[in-house]
Design a protein around this ligand. Sequence first.
Ligand code: AMP
Length: 419
Amino acid sequence: MAPIAALRGTRDIPPGESAAWRWLLETHRRVAEAHGYRPIETPIIEATELFERGVGTGTDVVEKEMFTFVDRGGRSVTLRPEGTAGVVRAVLSSSLDQEIRPVRVHYAGPFFRNERPQAGVQRQFTQAGIECIAERSPDLDVEVIEVGWRLFEALELRGVHLQVNSLGDPDDRTRYRAALVAYYEPLAEQLCDDCRRRLSTNPLRLLDCKRDQRFVADAPLIWDYLSGASRDYFTAVQAGLERARIRATVNARLVRGLDYYTDTAFEFWHDTLQGSQNALGGGGRYDGLAEVLEFPATPGIGYALGLERILIAARASGVAPDQEPACDVVVISVDVDAAPDATDWARKLRAAGLRVVTDATDRRLDRKLRSAAKLDPRVAVIIGEDERRAGGAVVRDMRERSQQSVVADQVVATVLHLI
Ligand code: AMP
């Protein structure tokens, strides 16, 4: 029998990748918190209805990609495919919006979609995001986009392109949808099966279809259907971005196919990512979402970033950090008699704030030094027969390959000095 393997589309993060992950998560947390966003965590598993309503039945995510099953109590539950619906549920059900407005929160964690695994597409992936809930103002749209932008700056990731668009208000979109249907209906025979269906269920999604891209160039543009107020709002967002010196490309084809999205939609693209997987993340204003979830009408805006994709881009650009050494110090006993003293020294060094590994095995010193070198410590502390009797230790500088015999009360200070 073959050993049990990880599920397709899932992967382990081995210790060798931990520094890069910590860097991503910590930098996102720091940048979000610098803008007043506070951490929130929501369950990984939720009632299926939350996503059916909160993501929308007309979307690929809900139609084809959710991990949904019936639990032992007969309820339909789903592994979260995205973060916004859960966060909005969490914020509004605990009335956080009655305490402070807007509610600014950030999150990071695993999400699940049953997609075909390929570079930058997994079934379990990691998103970091922010949500700004319960106020509506172009300044907040700018703020949310800016947090994402400053993250990429903090990561020193170049080659990120911001794409922005306005989806207007629900009335604008009703008019636009009618124009899209009028444009696509005569082409219906030439459309793929999915798009023929979308023509009646969710015409905006025709613009996203990979198979029917050839018709997109001549399709009507949303701008021609925006009201004066929607245009003013979008102009204010663009002016705010300019003031923040954030370069944005206005992309009239950037749509999010659901009715509760309003006004600003945006994506961060990266040069190194190919084709349809070129988005590091995206977001937008969702002023209609709360009502869809049966809460009082509450505006909001947020983004979600795919950390695996950011890591791919960061590695390709050479900005992801190298793995850190597993420890600062290895304490080695030359023989088994010295092992308890080696362990004592390890404890003292840890108490001084160092990361310390001991090697009390019964191997030859040269072997121990060779395996210690694989942990890449700055210092090795060696306890032999003489040191054990005299109470001191040999302190070896692993980089310079020099060593000195040190008396007991100088060992910790000598090691600290080298590090
Ligand atoms: P979305 O919620 O679809 O806008 O996704 C936001 C970001 O999450 C995308 O731009 C990707 O970076 C990332 N993402 C979404 N789905 C996946 C997936 N199946 N595998 C890896 N990353 C994903």
